[in-house]
Design a protein around this ligand. Structure first.
Ligand code: HEM
Length: 227
């Protein structure tokens, strides 16, 4: 395991997560008027609804799929009687479906953003960069399905689970679990981690608000006038 590998998979995850958390906090504290999804619905409705729904259903499915799939300890799957190969097959199928929905939605959004002159006029370089980054991460993730299909024993998946679980539990040997992973997986991991790093500097901050909006369900009544 060389120094670059140790850095990218052992240290970089902490840099990305720190910038993600602290950067989000600072942006919320200092730049609240820029904290928004930057909706373009008023400029051009077009096929926004279709693209936006497909993209969000896919990406939110992928987000929770990764969260549960990577961070649930292996003992829990064993206690549930779910073998590694079955879990891998479910992950490939669910990830494939959600990834495909997300890809179609993203291509619709990209096409809309780049071809409609009103939207193109308000699109910043950072917006294009973000969409391109998500697209590349997604394409890499989808192509790992083909590699995984070549070994259905769940071994690679377990290594990826160990890597992420050792990262979040601050154990220093995390990088060793992905040392032998195919380059495609490593590239996908790097792109995915970097998405957290760039998060606070983009419109992605709206994701915090999207999830936080669930709190409205249990919110107290708003008293508009005393009596
Ligand atoms: C948590 C729940 C979420 C809510 C409620 C939400 C809501 C929204 C809304 C209202 C828009 C603006 C659409 C418009 O132009 O009118 C948007 C755009 C966008 N969202 Fe989300 N979002 C959520 C989660 C996510 C997640 C997890 C991602 C992860 C990458 C994401 C990425 C994006 C991107 C890239 C755009 C811009 C798309 C474009 O170019 O038009 N969102 N979102």
């Amino acid at each position: 395991m060389n120094t670059v590998h140790q850095f990218v998979f052992g240290i970089y995850p902490y840099i990305a997560l720190s910038i993600f958390l602290l950067g989000s906090l600072l942006r919320f504290e200092r730049e609240q008027y820029t904290w928004k999804s930057d909706s373009s619905q008023l400029l051009y409705r077009g096929n926004l609804r279709m693209g936006n729904i497909l993209f969000h259903v896919g990406i939110i499915g992928l987000f929770f799929g990764h969260l549960v799939g990577l961070l649930t300890p292996a003992v829990v799957w064993e206690a549930l009687g779910i073998s590694h190969s079955v879990k891998q097959a479910v992950a490939m199928a669910a990830g494939g479906v959600m990834g495909a929905l997300c890809l179609v939605g993203l291509l619709i959004l990209l096409h809309r953003r780049l071809t409609d002159p009103r939207i193109a006029a308000v699109t910043r370089t950072g917006d294009k960069f973000l969409l391109a980054w998500i697209l590349l991460t997604l394409l890499l993730g989808l192509s790992t399905i083909a590699v995984s299909a070549g070994h259905m024993d769940g071994g690679m998946m377990v290594q990826l689970m160990k890597w992420s679980q050792h990262i979040v539990t601050f154990r220093g040997d995390a990088a060793s679990y992905v040392a032998d992973a195919p380059a495609l997986f490593k590239a996908h991991l790097f792109m995915g981690m970097t998405l957290f790093l760039i998060f606070p500097f983009t419109r992605l901050v709206h994701v915090w608000s999207g999830f936080a909006s669930v709190a409205y369900l249990g919110r107290a009544w708003q008293l508009v006038r005393p009596r």
